[in-house]
Design a protein around this ligand. Structure first.
Ligand code: F6R
Length: 611
């Protein structure tokens, strides 16, 4: 989704703003722009369609734009096509008010009509131009920027992180957010704002997380926060402990490849944070044992890969903790009228903690009085702050749009909660509890083993590069891995693919199998292997090319299958953590071989803050 950056201080602003925007490229965008307030307050705007490089070339990396205060934006089109005209920043007619915006103004057509009635004209199709002119309208009325911003907030519906320059207030940036991320930083060198920490981490580690409807005034003297009544409020900064390097490519060809290889570490970090020797300590969650014993159902919700983690977790929770579990796609769940007893625990899974539908589902559940647990990666994100309780995954910043290491650490988080519940409810023996804890600590080494064998997957990908349809089939947890494998393949290689519960294929979809269609079977669930093998044989007899990914202990794989890849053995409940690694590599290599933009696949955004 769109990214915003702002800087004001003692240095030339444009290079800093452009540099920050490059750190937000991972969010996805199709045009970009900057506005720099020069001497005397005149504001220069430069915008370009396409990659940031175009904007950097136009401005010589920002050097051509003089001024110590500026804002910038990468736009992921929502209202109006990607074009220079629709790109941000947007301005009022005399360029005395200029703004960038991330989010969606839902009532922009009504607001636009109202402004047109008052004599305003519009040059773009964007809701942001409407937002900018609304600020202009209230600024003209009250002649006071804080008042103009608070009136803006009172009259718009939707989500926004909005940063505004006023010609009358040179060297100052006014900003406000609601439901779109915005962080603020400050050092002796100046004040910064951004959609995400990596954009400004090079300059400061002191980060303020803004809450909904907080107005921020940034100047070279410091940052000040106000509520909508324009009363100053105090906030304390969080010191970021991870390194800027963690968000850099560090010699890897792509962020995705780097993040795939970080998985042994992030899995170890998440396991070791909560499991000390034999002691599983989830006290940080502030969910009492008494409460956890009382719950009668678990509802898991999220979007995309986070939802897929929920599908794995459903099998694990039900089998280990003997609790009924439903997994819900957040964009559906939020609009349903689910039957709730009030004794459920709702778990919202999200890497970014900002996904609009997941956040809305969380709020809906809270409004109904149900307890919520967020499994989130980004510290201080909206979902983390609003949930009753948070379990932070320890994946570090994930830059590549396609999630890999966050998915893996979410799996671990869910295993840990399942183990805790199983122990409390007495549904597994002490001995098996110990075995499973031990097995979790062994996962990082086993993931390393899968990674060490990556050249086999790479070679296979080169043989499959021309495939146009791929089917992933499996049963139980293997089916859950299939849906994630299929999503990964689609999003970065652009190869059409389907994931099927193996037994379901013959109820219609098998008619799509032709000579040479690649069918990838996942076989890690011992009790289900025979059944999935039969389903694979059914497709083989219709001409499919059969590849399987199997636990090293699984027997009974027919010799006639075309390719067999082995992964180390682990307890069946945790097998998704190993199988998914091979599938991530398969998708990655296919994407590279097909010449795609691996880290920034077309039409996709890292943090989906629109509905
Ligand atoms: C797929 C992917 C997406 C996200 C989804 C939810 O590789 O990254 O499907 O999983 O957009 O995002 P978060 O986890 O940030 O809520």
């Amino acid at each position: 989704m769109c990214g915003i950056v702002g800087y004001t201080g003692g240095r030339q602003a444009a290079p800093i703003v452009l540099d920050g925007l490059t750190k937000l490229e991972y969010r996805g965008y199709d045009s970009a722009g900057v506005a720099i307030s020069g001497d005397g307050g005149d504001i220069d705007i430069v915008k370009a369609k396409g990659k940031l490089k175009v904007l950097c070339d136009l401005t010589d990396g920002g050097k051509k734009l003089n001024g110590l205060c500026g804002i910038g934006h990468t736009r992921w089109a929502t209202h109006g096509e990607p074009s220079q005209n629709n790109a941000h920043p947007h301005c009022n007619d005399d360029k005395t008010i200029v703004a960038v915006h991330n989010g969606i103004i839902e009532n922009y057509t009504q607001l636009k009509a109202k402004l047109i009635r008052r004599g305003y004209t519009f040059y773009s199709e964007t809701d942001t131009e409407v937002a900018t002119k609304l600020v202009d309208y209230y600024y003209r009325k009250y002649n006071e920027p804080l008042k103009a911003i608070s009136e803006f907030a009172l009259h718009v519906r939707g989500s926004y992180a909005l940063a505004v320059l006023f010609k009358d207030f040179p060297g100052e940036i006014f900003a406000i957010r609601k439901d779109s991320p915005m962080v603020i930083g400050y050092t002796d060198g100046g004040a910064f704002l951004a959609s995400d920490v990596p954009a400004i981490l090079k300059y400061t580690r002191n980060i303020y997380y803004t809450d909904n409807h907080e107005i921020v005034l940034l100047s070279k003297e410091g940052v000040a926060f106000y509520n909508l009544d324009r009363e100053e409020i105090s906030k304390s900064a969080t010191v970021i402990s991870w390194d800027a390097e963690a968000a850099e490519k560090g010699g890897w060809e792509h962020f995705m490849l780097k993040e795939i290889h970080e998985q042994p570490d992030v899995v170890a970090n998440t396991v070791n944070y909560f499991l000390h020797g034999d002691n599983l300590d989830l006290s940080e969650l502030h969910l009492s044992d008494d409460y956890l014993k009382e719950i009668d159902r678990i509802v898991i919700t999220g979007c995309g890969s986070a939802y897929h983690v929920g599908v794995v977790a459903q099998y694990v929770f039900e089998d280990l903790a003997r609790l009924p579990v439903t997994v819900e796609i957040a964009s559906e769940f939020r609009y349903r009228n689910p039957v709730l007893t009030g004794r459920e625990l709702v778990i919202v899974i999200s890497q970014s903690g900002e996904t609009a539908d997941s956040l809305a589902a969380l709020r809906e559940m809270k409004a109904r009085g149900v307890k919520t647990l967020a499994v989130v990666n980004v510290l201080g994100s909206s979902i983390a702050r609003e949930a009753d309780s948070v379990l932070y995954t320890k994946a570090g910043p994930e830059i590549s749009v396609a999630t890999t290491k966050a998915y893996s650490s979410q799996l671990i988080a869910m295993y840990l909660v399942a183990l805790k519940l199983a122990k409390l409810r007495g549904t597994i023996s002490e001995e098996y509890f110990s075995t499973l804890k031990k097995e979790l600590t062994l996962l990082p080494e086993k993931i390393k083993t899968v990674l060490e064998n990556k050249s086999v997957i790479q070679k296979f990908a080169s043989e499959m590069v021309d495939k146009e349809d791929v089917f992933f089939i499996g049963r139980g947890i293997d089916y859950a891995t299939c849906i994630e494998s299929s999503l990964k393949l689609k999003e970065i290689s652009y190869i059409h693919s389907e994931a099927y519960a193996a037994g379901e294929l013959k109820h219609g979809t098998i008619s799509l199998i032709e000579n040479g269609t690649l069918v990838f079977g996942i076989l890690t669930q011992k009790a289900l292997v025979e059944k999935t093998v039969s389903n694979l044989v059914e497709t083989a007899s219709r001409g499919a090319y059969i590849a399987v990914l199997a636990d090293e202990n699984v027997d009974g794989i027919p010799v006639k299958f075309d390719k067999v890849f082995r992964i180390p053995h682990t307890d069946g409940h945790f097998s998704a953590s190993l199988a998914v690694i091979s599938m991530q590599l398969f998708s990655y290599y296919l994407s590279v071989l097909r010449g795609n933009d691996v880290d920034k696949p077309r039409n996709l955004a890292k943090s989906v803050t629109v509905e």
